[in-house]
Design a protein around this ligand. Structure first.
Ligand code: NAG
Ligand code: NAG
Length: 433
């Protein structure tokens, strides 16, 4: 925030009335825990106690969608990957809207429908081929219904990049670029929707570039071609995406950060998974995206951003890192403080505005228990994708290792999350060959 040199009294007054560091931001609300509070309590908590103004869920769970009715909080939902092919049929698309959107909209402010999760990364090819057609057909069905305000997009792992260092050299992987991403960008431009990416600097961390990954002071990464210096890896990744979009002729489509985060605990080997780093990253991210500064190549642009994740989720895994991406514990206590809470709102009739403390016996979520399951096919992460990057040897400390997979969609009805770290390792190997 720019503080005027001679702040006027009204300005100071306004400042003093605002909660400290009141950045509004989105979160990913994953539900792979058996100790999580019921959605109605979650909705109430977010609305009354936090600056979180939008959520994304990994399915179309109607209990959650209903719980956010009337809260004003934007809700983005996700079509399970396995349902995508059926939505290339107009009649199915209409039925899908009838079942999943119509009963809840606009009482719940449904914002985006994400067509699957990281589909390009995980394939298989027939699914990839159905992605853009399904987005087009579902959009047409939404328009017919008068729901034009609901946008459609699909989040990508940064595995869609051939390389990201330096940003000026970035491009999408051949095969995906013209075949899928160009028509997708055309669709997003026409429908004024954002291009969704999941950048994780956590997976690009090394002792040497820790500060670069954490928005802390560092020497930066100089991009000779543009003369620009990158002081953090988030900017570097975002500009790599921007350059890649530009190469396909779509530099001006908005970029949405659908997922990014940092775990507050992890396996012993991952010393960088700790609450201090998590607070540094999330705090830096929130400042970054709320400043409106944009990035070196996208100055002044704002990025709709969704932190991964709302809660620590005890059924995820196998790594401890996976279970500890949350901003909050299941009892609504903060894992670390980044100014995302505000004081209880004065609700005249309610002396105790948070009926939320006693949630230990909340009903357990049975959703997506399939956890590490079949869809995460370690043997073929790039089954249907183009050949991996040939070489990336020029990459300095800020490596492409963070070009990785994050949360996973699935071919089944439930969304499952595979191992973030295992996926990251595979991806890193692919990229560094
Ligand atoms: C929806 O989410 C709630 C809360 O996580 C869970 O209890 C419920 O089983 C889910 N419903 C479906 C159909 O997945
Ligand atoms: C995983 O890959 C193997 C080997 O190609 C294949 O036989 C199997 O069907 C795949 N499993 C899934 C769930 O995709």
């Amino acid at each position: 925030m720019d503080i005027p040199q001679h702040p006027s009294l009204p300005f100071l007054l306004v400042l003093s009335l605002l909660p400290a560091a009141a950045y509004s931001i989105g979160v990913n609300y994953g539900t792979l825990g058996d100790n999580l509070p019921p959605p109605s309590e979650v909705a109430h908590f977010l609305k009354t106690r936090t600056t979180i103004d939008s959520i994304r869920i990994f399915d179309v769970n109607t209990t959650i969608i209903k719980a956010f009715a009337g809260t004003g909080i934007l809700v983005s939902v996700t079509v399970p990957n396995g349902d995508i092919p059926s939505l290339t049929d107009a009649r199915n698309a209409r039925r899908w809207i009838d079942a999943n959107i119509k009963p809840f909209y606009p009482a719940t402010k449904i914002h985006y429908i994400c067509m699957g999760t990281e589909v390009l990364h995980w394939g298989p090819q027939p699914l990839i081929d159905s992605l853009v057609p399904a987005m087009q057909v579902l959009h047409a069905a939404l328009v017919k219904e008068g729901f034009d305000e609901i946008k459609i997009s699909t989040p990508h792992s940064l595995g869609i990049l051939l390389q990201s260092v330096p940003p000026s050299s970035a491009s999408f992987r051949p095969g995906w670029d013209v075949g899928t991403l160009q028509p997708m960008l055309k669709f997003l431009k026409e429908t004024k929707s954002g291009f969704m990416v999941n950048p994780y600097t956590y997976f690009g961390w090394s002792p040497a570039n820790a500060n670069f990954c954490l928005f802390k002071p560092n020497a930066g990464l100089f991009d000779k071609a543009t003369g620009l210096t990158y002081t953090n890896q988030f900017d570097q990744l975002m500009d790599a995406v921007h350059v890649s979009m530009k190469k396909l002729g779509y530099p001006d489509v908005e970029v949405v950060v659908a997922e990014t985060g940092w775990p507050s605990a992890g396996d012993p080997a991952n010393v960088h998974a700790n609450p201090v780093n998590a607070a540094a990253y999330i705090g830096g991210l929130m400042k970054k995206v709320s400043s409106g500064d944009g990035t070196p190549l996208m100055p002044g642009r704002k990025f709709e951003t969704y932190i991964f994740a709302l809660f620590n989720e005890n059924l995820k895994g196998p790594s401890l890192d996976e279970k500890n991406f949350g901003l909050f514990r299941p009892d609504f206590t903060q894992v670390y403080n980044v100014g995302i809470m505000h004081a209880p709102q004065a609700e005249a009739s309610s002396p105790s505005p948070s009926p939320l403390a006693a949630t230990t016996d909340a009903p357990s979520s049975s959703e997506g228990r399939g956890d590490d399951a079949p869809f995460f096919n370690k043997t073929k992460p790039f089954t249907s994708s183009p050949a991996p990057a040939s070489s990336n040897t020029a990459a300095p400390a800020a490596t492409d290792a963070n070009v990785r997979a994050s949360s996973l969609g699935t071919v089944s009805k439930n969304v499952i999350f595979a191992s973030r770290s295992a996926a990251a390792i595979i991806l890193a190997m692919t990229l560094l060959v």
